[in-house]
Ligand binder design. Structure first.
Ligand SMILES: Cc1cc2nc3c(=O)[nH]c(=O)nc-3n(C[C@H](O)[C@H](O)[C@H](O)COP(=O)(O)OP(=O)(O)OC[C@H]3O[C@@H](n4cnc5c(N)ncnc54)[C@H](O)[C@@H]3O)c2cc1C
Length: 494
């Protein structure tokens, strides 16, 4: 803390980060290593972990192998399985925070309510639920899959049973023997459906579009692997590199040669045929769009769960919800006790964008005008000294988000170094640079599998894909390696 600035509210800090998920923790760790100590992390929850703190639904686990889905600065030789379950990932992040003594920088139970750029003072004036503060630099690591998307279904508010979203799992509510409706068949639903199916009385899964499901190569690590990873950083790095490059091959298919995804589709159809003997059910589970256009899901137990005697797959659209039933468009009523919403997240409408204002008083959302864009998914014209972690078009359909997060952390750290070295009070990206970058991204997206005609959460209301990075991730790493000050308007301290 550098003390209160005269005439300003609250203490002043060099860097304020919003969010203590992988993004906030990775950046705080990098800044610590670079000797930037005056850093505060605001976290509205009472603990760290972000995604892995709040998604506690049964069966929750990562879908990128854990050796890659972990911080490069903090390898973990102890993962129990190749795809770690949620409690392990949450504990891993806690251990990292403890090991590097990051907790003292995190203000838990503190929500960012608003932030305004003060041009005269060349600082961010931040309002939080625990009082005001100011900072030179503001980093938004508030997550792109952190705000549950709730479906707009007539009568849902009047349902008299229990309703909850998968990211707000009601562990106090016993599903044993209940009639349960699951709305949605995305990445979360395919994990919790097989986990709850054996104990519920009746399970009705409402599907809008069938996902492509491929086998999950998940297994426990063997004792010799644990032994090796604990002793050899090289072995861990090699295993990580092998996973990384095999995932980049998928990027080649998804972003350059979408036609090749048909070969992968054959494997997925064989998996479906193996797991679902019933022809009628199989037909309703067969996607009619290119594999990869929507997120490809990994599971060995979701498809068999749908064939169990207590489970029914409904593909007729939901018309409305009655106090004790779900009704489909053909008029069929499905009496249920509990509705679980596996309806995903507000990926293209991040709530934080409504809370951060430029010097002109307009929010990020207003500047975006309905469709997100940012240079390198990280900086925005009109918003000096502001950086986003996992901003627009930095999401991945094939590999670890932590790779992208760490690339952005490199960029932010280098920006701070540049500011210090050149005695700059602010840096703001040129609007033309943002426009050119956005055009390049949208041009590249046109050749990808994500533009082959399906509807998905990757697209915003205007139909633009504002979530995914349309190239190899190593190219993103290269482009974020150095802060390219020549693309920014720089203000020097007088
Ligand atoms: C169920 C699930 C499974 C996933 N599995 C994978 C996977 O296998 N591989 C992969 O690469 N990615 C996966 N993801 C994506 C995942 O979100 C990212 O990998 C990563 O965890 C994002 O980290 P983050 O820090 O950017 O965001 P988050 O983890 O969402 O953290 C954001 C934090 O910001 C806080 N916050 C938000 N707004 C405010 C505010 N106004 N004030 C204060 N604090 C605030 C939130 O409380 C939260 O703690 C998954 C996502 C979900 C939902």
């Amino acid at each position: 803390m550098t003390g209160s600035t005269p005439g300003s509210p609250g203490p002043h800090h060099r860097v304020v980060i919003v969010g203590a998920g992988f993004g906030g923790v990775a950046l705080a760790l990098r800044l610590r290593r670079e000797g930037v100590e005056d850093v505060v992390v605001l976290e509205r929850e009472d603990d760290l972990g972000g995604t892995w703190l709040v998604n506690t639904y049964p069966g929750c686990q990562c879908d990128v192998p854990s050796l890659l889905y972990s911080l490069s600065d903090a390898p973990n030789p102890e993962w129990s399985r190749t795809f770690a379950p949620q409690p392990e990932i949450e504990q891993y992040l806690r251990r990292v925070a403890d090991r590097f003594d990051l907790r003292r920088q995190i203000r838990f139970g503190t929500e960012l309510l608003g932030a305004d750029w003060d041009e005269a003072g060349q600082r961010w004036v931040v309002e939080t639920s625990a009082g005001p503060l100011t900072s030179d630099v503001l980093v938004l690591a508030a997550g792109f899959l952190s705000e549950p998307a709730l479906p707009d279904i007539e009568g849902l508010d009047g349902f008299e049973g229990t309703v909850f979203h998968s990211a707000r799992w009601r562990h106090d509510h016993d599903l044993t023997g209940e009639r349960v409706a699951v709305i949605g068949t995305g990445a979360s639903a395919i994990q919790f459906v097989p986990a709850i199916q054996p104990r519920v009385g009746r399970l009705t899964v409402f599907q809008r579009t069938p996902p492509w499901v491929v086998p999950r190569p998940d297994r426990p690590f063997r004792p010799w692997e644990h032994w090796l990873f604990a002793r050899s950083r090289v072995a861990t790095r090699l295993s990580r590199a092998r996973i990384y490059w095999s995932r980049e091959l998928l990027a080649l298919v998804f972003t350059r040669y979408p036609g090749l995804s048909r070969f992968a589709a054959r494997g997925a159809l064989a998996h479906l045929a193996d797991q679902v003997p019933d022809e009628g059910l199989r037909a309703r589970l067969t996607p009619d769009y290119e594999l990869g256009c929507k997120r490809v899901l990994l599971s060995n137990d979701y498809l068999p769960a749908l064939g169990r005697p207590n489970t029914e797959l409904v593909t007729e659209p939901i018309a409305r919800v009655l106090p004790h039933a779900v009704v489909t468009a053909d008029g069929t009523e499905y009496p249920v006790d509990t509705i679980i919403l596996g309806t995903g997240f507000e990926a293209t409408e991040p709530p934080i964008a409504r809370r951060v204002r430029a010097a002109d008083g307009r929010t990020i959302r207003e500047h975006w005008g309905g469709s997100m864009r940012a240079y390198l998914g990280t900086t925005l014209a009109e918003f000096p000294n502001l950086f986003m972690i996992i901003g627009p078009n930095t999401g991945l359909g094939h590999s670890s988000m932590i790779f992208m997060i760490e690339s952005q952390a490199n960029y932010v750290v280098d920006a701070l170094k540049t500011m210090t070295a050149r005695n700059l009070t602010s840096v703001v990206v040129d609007p033309e640079v943002v426009d050119r970058f956005d055009q390049e991204i949208q041009r590249k997206l046109r050749r990808t599998v994500w533009s082959t005609g399906c509807s998905s959460w990757y697209l915003d209301a205007s139909g633009r894909n504002t979530t995914l990075w349309p190239d190899f991730t190593w190219q993103y790493r290269q482009r974020t390696r150095r802060f390219d000050a020549d693309r920014y308007r720089l203000t020097r301290a007088s």
